[in-house]
Design a protein around this ligand. Structure first.
Ligand SMILES: [Zn+2]
Ligand SMILES: [Zn+2]
Length: 172
């Protein structure tokens, strides 16, 4: 996944845009906790600011996520966006630097997309706000079935009320 920059490089202020609709790079799949679905849809703008090229990207991806409440798989739409600086310098990009390196007429985007996409996936996705989850007693999926388990003896609050907090050191 790359964008050609041979023209953008010619003078400061020049900008180009490209729409991507293609296969996800392998690196994105490697860093995603869930299987990717469908193609990568993404708009990329590259701008010459003199010392570097600024690449802005915005896209949508679909993954086959697992709901953290009911454990069913569902199609999760993941919007992502990033703005990164690319400098034309020899050598590989260094994760400790706040810019990426490129050489020649192509800027490769796999690394940026993999980073930002991975970071945009929610830690505990839910299939919908209304998801009822699983019964904590019998494990039935409460979206599809009902059960008659005794869940009114919810002891979470009892546990909370028994917690003892140490004195706040900042107040002494
Ligand atoms: Zn769910
Ligand atoms: Zn139950």
């Amino acid at each position: 996944m790359h964008i050609r920059v041979s023209d953008v490089k010619k003078w400061v202020g020049r900008q180009e845009a490209k729409h991507f609709c293609e296969e996800w790079p392998e690196l994105v799949q490697e860093r995603s906790p869930y299987p990717m679905r469908g193609a990568a849809e993404m708009d990329v703008t590259v701008r010459n600011v003199g010392r570097a090229l600024i690449v802005e990207l915005e896209g949508l991806g679909h993954v086959e996520a697992v709901c953290s409440r009911c454990l069913e798989t569902f199609d999760l739409v993941v919007p992502f966006s990033a703005a990164e600086e690319f400098r034309e310098e020899p050598g590989a990009s260094d994760p400790n630097e706040d810019f990426f390196r490129f050489q020649g007429d192509k800027v490769f985007l796999d690394e940026v997309v993999a980073d930002v996409f991975g970071a945009s996936i929610p830690y505990a996705p839910v299939c919908g706000d209304e998801c009822q989850g699983l019964c904590p007693v019998c494990g039935k999926n409460l979206n599809a079935e009902t059960c008659h388990c005794e869940t009114s003896t919810d002891n979470r609050w009892t546990v909370l009320s028994q917690l003892e907090f140490p004195d706040d050191p900042s107040s002494s």
